[in-house]
Design a protein around this ligand. Sequence first.
Ligand SMILES: [Zn+2]
Ligand SMILES: [Zn+2]
Length: 108
Amino acid sequence: MSNIKIECPAYFEPTKEEISWLGSLPDAAHEVQTRLYCELELGHSGRHCSLGQSQDVGTEQTCWWVWWSDGTGRAIEECDPCPAAGSDGLEEDLLCLLPVGHVGKHRF
Ligand SMILES: [Zn+2]
Ligand SMILES: [Zn+2]
């Protein structure tokens, strides 16, 4: 296992409306980036995806993922986290950071 992540280079730039919508969610955890990079592995199949926003309410976390593919627009969807667990060699019991149903390798 290597610490060098080889990831898909795809990205998109959300519109002002998308940024303000993601930024206006209650208990939004992040500043919305003006450029969102795909978080899947290089050469994956299917749609690209990137975390647009997460909401932390107590111990509950709601994650909004943006899915897109070349030329067919995009969708912002609330997704449960991928249930896979693993280890990076330093810490145990890491959970995959990607949404359930993602393609490619898990990411910890
Ligand atoms: Zn991608
Ligand atoms: Zn996973």
